[in-house]
Design a protein around this ligand. Sequence first.
Ligand SMILES: Cc1ncc(COP(=O)(O)O)c(C=O)c1O
Length: 374
Amino acid sequence: MLASKRIPVAVPSLTGNEKKYVEQCLDSTWISSAGEFIGKFEQSFADFCGVRHAVAINNGTTAIHLALVALGIGEGDEVLIPTLTYIATANAVAYCNAKPVLVDSEPGTMNMDPAKLEARITPRTKAIIVVHLYGHPTDMGPVMELARKHNLKVIEDAAEAHGAEYNGKRVGGIGDCATFSFFGNKIVTTGEGGMVTTDDDELAARLRLYRGQGMDPKRRYWFPVVGFNYRMTNIAAAIGLAQMERIDDALAARQKVAGWYEQALAAHADIIERPVVADYAHHVYWMYTVLLTGLTDAQRDEVMRLMDADGIETRPVFYPMHVLPPYLEDGSSYAVANDQAARGINLPTHAQLEAEDIERVVASLVSALRRVGS
Ligand SMILES: Cc1ncc(COP(=O)(O)O)c(C=O)c1O
């Protein structure tokens, strides 16, 4: 049999103006965090999200930290987050000396369950961070209603959801602000990078102040607050602008890949649960995520090992925060997230996949499931 090429779980697509714009940075010597591409990238991202402001940041973790600081979250405050997320969401809260308070997932979408939110609110609760996990938007209606009722700020962690929509509205403009990641495996990449979006003029000004060491915009080298150096470089923004020029194609490619998975997996619904798309959602499939019916986490890991031997890279669904040493808690309140984390895998999802790659992934997955006895 011919050796088949390896199928990675994620690959960036850099086939537009990325190289040309980076060369322009080098030729012009504007390689640091000033230069024409920063403003252009921010404007194109703000337009894409349908918001007034986009503030470019050096990564998606510092974007959440900055958003929390700019919203006034500090020592002793509590911030509600889903337990099933990437650790950056929880860490950013910890950086503020605030406490991440965990909320279980809802079945289906794998996002924070709005029905379990109110029970976790205390007099110290100041904010909610929703995470649009793997590209599926959180059910924002009930979240925003609770936030209004209890006077809480809402941050959308949209690191994985560029272009996702809730009831026809793009994420990034639904909460008080939203944060994005442009890491190399994301839907839009700048290598490392992030963005905070908001419609609130005052919040945008605070985000810009704290991003740049806290320097007064009207008085050079005057620092009224303790800020951070969380600036994005002109080189990263140059890549980002080129990515935004082709964002429609990037999003369409992922819909195509998801469609191929849907078709190929339909015959295996008894052993592989496909991702749920809620009525209100436009899912952008940062990752096409499946749950393996009836498997333990050890069996799931064995399936991934067998697929790896077939040349197919996969990823396990994130460990929930309550099982990780920094945020360890009794897991009995998080039954849904525990189940999703144990049985979930992310299949290869990126713009360079062809229909025959998806057939190979699904054939390998089904054969691995048979071998582990599903
Ligand atoms: C949900 C979520 N939040 C935050 C981040 C952090 O982004 P970055 O890796 O750019 O710091 C990520 C990145 O993987 C993520 O998936």
